[in-house]
Design a protein around this ligand. Structure first.
Ligand SMILES: CC(C)(COP(=O)(O)OP(=O)(O)OC[C@H]1O[C@@H](n2cnc3c(N)ncnc32)[C@H](O)[C@@H]1OP(=O)(O)O)[C@@H](O)C(=O)NCCC(=O)NCCS
Length: 183
């Protein structure tokens, strides 16, 4: 399936490409970004970490129809990659994202999450979205809370920062569609 380009009021979501590795390598390896990401993210980040991730994992999963990855660009500067957002099939870990700190706390990831969550439930016709996150990841938790996700499980999980209390947040298609209808 061709992965569409998505748009939000302020962002362009462009399907991830090999050439994005150069910009990802420049902006991604920062402690504020990686500390609450899954422990399999290598840290310190290797010099070819972005290329390995994009060519070795992300693009093959997209090609296999198992995952959907988009680069995030602000409409004011569409040549600059400022983050990524992804969807993955599977029982437990369906959405992931990061944004460079200079662009955080402006509601941008809330916009991107709304666009890809629509894609997940409407275009991909999935019935449930589950996202694990560190309890300490307040911004990410806030996105879950604001979009009506429910905390359905708690446990300890290994993040780049180490083993931390974590939880799985869940949203069903019916819940998502109901809140869209409410506007
Ligand atoms: C999580 C992340 C993507 C959020 O991106 P963002 O664009 O800053 O998020 P938004 O601006 O849409 O903010 C979402 C909510 O979190 C709140 N928030 C943002 N940063 C916060 C912080 N540091 N502490 C507490 N709340 C915060 C916002 O006020 C907003 O709440 P509101 O909707 O009630 O106003 C970003 O912080 C990030 O890239 N973190 C590092 C990577 C990561 O942890 N990814 C998620 C893994 S599960």
């Amino acid at each position: 399936m061709e992965i569409p380009r998505l748009e939000t009021p302020r962002l362009l979501l462009q399907p991830l490409r090999s050439e994005d590795a150069i910009q990802v390598q420049q902006v991604f390896p920062r402690w504020e970004i990686v500390r609450h990401l899954i422990g399999s993210v290598p840290w310190p980040y290797p010099a070819d970490g972005a290329r390995q991730y994009i060519e070795g994992m992300a693009l093959p999963a997209m090609k296999a129809g198992q995952a959907w990855h988009w680069s995030l660009r602000h409409r004011s500067d569409p040549n600059s990659l400022i983050g990524l957002i992804s969807l993955r099939l599977g029982p437990e870990d369906n959405r992931g994202s990061w944004l460079v700190p200079e662009w955080q706390k402006q509601g941008l990831m809330s916009e991107a999450c709304a666009a890809v969550t629509d894609f997940w439930f409407i275009h991909l016709d999935q019935t449930r979205l589950r996202v694990p996150k560190a309890m300490d990841n307040l911004a990410s938790r806030r996105i879950s809370e604001r979009t009506g996700m429910r905390l359905v499980d708690t446990y300890c999980k290994t993040f780049v920062e180490g083993e931390l209390p974590a939880g799985t947040w869940e949203l069903t298609r019916d819940e998502w569609l109901a809140q869209r209808d409410r506007g």
